[in-house]
Design a protein around this ligand. Structure first.
Ligand SMILES: CC(C)(COP(=O)(O)OP(=O)(O)OC[C@H]1O[C@@H](n2cnc3c(N)ncnc32)[C@H](O)[C@@H]1OP(=O)(O)O)[C@@H](O)C(=O)NCCC(=O)NCCS
Length: 163
């Protein structure tokens, strides 16, 4: 990961939380939120965090380690938290955590997580530099390390890892 002359930003500066009420049109015949619908919300949360970090449009390049741990039922809330956890030169990795809230009982539980890679583009659609991350806490360091492993695997697949 290289640095550049843009002002570093902390992961919390890009953090966003969005909430969706799961409606029948979002669900399968079991009354659970469709995986594809949850993926769409995850992509939106991640893209918003990436845009906030870069101050520019970012496109999704890859989605990794997407898991569905528990169902989200119709009538429940899906909360999504997205933030930038690792940066490269023109690309970055966002982590999205999803959890469910039952408004009747107040119970909450985790339902999904995913790592999404974005590339920041200029007005001509060319990759542009992204601000580096200002990492301070041990948790931020651990999250960056997990994202780096994912990023290196992706680049290996594309044959782009620089030795
Ligand atoms: C993402 C995209 C712009 C990358 O274009 P590219 O020509 O491969 O760009 P580059 O080779 O200059 O790579 C740019 C950066 O992206 C990274 N990258 C490119 N493809 C990647 C992939 N599949 N996975 C992870 N990182 C990737 C590169 O490692 C590089 O990172 P760095 O600058 O931080 O080192 C291009 O593949 C694209 O337009 N894809 C479609 C995006 C899209 O339509 N998304 C859905 C709607 S938003």
């Amino acid at each position: 990961m290289s640095t550049n002359n843009l002002k570093p930003k902390s992961p919390s500066e890009s953090e966003i939380v969005m909430t969706e009420l799961v409606l029948p049109n979002d669900a399968n015949i079991l009354g659970n939120a469709l995986g594809g619908r949850v993926m769409h919300w995850i992509d939106l949360a991640a893209a918003t965090a990436a845009h906030k970090h870069c101050g520019a449009i970012c496109v999704t390049a890859a989605i990794e380690r997407l898991s569905f741990l528990n169902p989200i039922k119709v009538g429940q809330l899906a909360h999504l938290k997205g933030r930038v956890v690792c940066t490269g030169k023109t690309s970055l990795v966002t982590k999205v955590d999803v959890w469910c809230e039952d408004m009747d009982t107040g119970e909450t539980y985790p339902t999904s997580e995913a790592y999404l890679t974005f590339v920041s583009l200029d007005r001509n659609g060319k990759p542009r530099k992204v601000p580096p991350l200002d990492i301070k806490t041990d948790e931020e360091k651990a999250e960056r390390e997990r994202a780096r492993i994912i990023r290196n695997k992706l680049l290996e697949i594309k044959g782009r890892v620089s030795k």
